[in-house]
Each structure stands twice: as C-alpha cells, then as structure tokens.
Design a protein around this ligand. Structure first.
Ligand code: FAD
Length: 87
C-alpha cells in the first residue's frame, strides 16, 4: 500500500509509484505517464520510464501478466524501486 496516495497526499514520489501499488477501488484504473510525474522531470528518461510503468500497470489492472522470462517494471518493483530517502 502507498500511504501517500491512500491519504490523498499526491506527491511526485506517490504518483511515480502508483502504477505498482494496490489502491482503493475508487482510485484504481488511472495511470499517469510523463516526465512531470517521474523521478527525472524535464528529461525524456522520465517520460519513457513512466510510460513503460503505465503500460505494465494497465496490463496488470486488466488481469494480464508478463512472461516469466521477461518481467515488467511492476514485477520487479519491490527489488528495483528507487530508495525512499528521509525528508
Ligand atoms: C527545448 C527542449 C529541449 C529538450 N532537450 C532535452 C534533452 O536534450 N534531453 C532530454 O532528456 N530531454 C529534453 N527535453 C525534455 C523532453 O522533451 C521532455 O522530457 C519529454 O518530451 C517529455 O515527454 P512527455 O511525453 O512527458 O510530454 P510531452 O512530450 O510534452 O508530450 C505531451 C503531449 O501531450 C499533448 N497534449 C497536451 N495537452 C493535451 C490535451 N489536452 N489533449 C491531448 N493532447 C495533449 C501535447 O501536445 C504533447 O504532444 C527538452 C525539452 C525542451 C522543451
């Protein structure tokens, strides 16, 4: 669960992670992409990364899965997600 989103506090960190967390039913099914909701705003890298994340999120939301030999960003998010730093 993503506490930032559950409490309605929409931070960039919360938005960028939202594709991979289980949200309350009323918040499910919306996926954001673009450099402005990434960890690297104003760089193409953030636009591409959040797009790939959103595609995985949509697929997962609709009940799809990736091939076990080719995991998507949400499949490995717990292991590879950016570290959360203290404020
Ligand atoms: C001059 C300049 C130089 C840059 N140089 C670099 C660089 O060297 N390296 C780098 O990594 N990044 C660079 N960037 C940043 C890079 O261009 C952006 O990070 C990237 O384009 C963001 O992609 P995006 O898909 O998030 O948004 P965008 O590329 O802005 O795409 C958003 C799209 O949504 C459309 N849109 C907006 N509102 C609506 C609406 N209501 N309905 C339908 N469509 C809508 C827009 O027309 C646009 O096509 C540069 C940016 C600029 C302006």
């Amino acid at each position: 669960m993503n506490a930032e989103l559950i409490t309605g506090e929409l931070t960039v960190s919360g938005l960028a992670r939202s594709f991979a967390v289980r949200l309350p039913p009323e918040q499910q099914g919306i996926f954001l992409a673009g450099d402005d909701v990434s960890w690297t705003p104003a760089w193409v890298e953030g636009a591409v990364q959040t797009s790939l994340n959103a595609v995985w999120g949509i697929m997962h939301h609709l009940g799809g899965t990736t091939h076990r030999d080719n995991p998507g960003p949400g499949d490995v998010f717990a292991r590879l997600a950016p570290l959360e730093l203290p404020d």
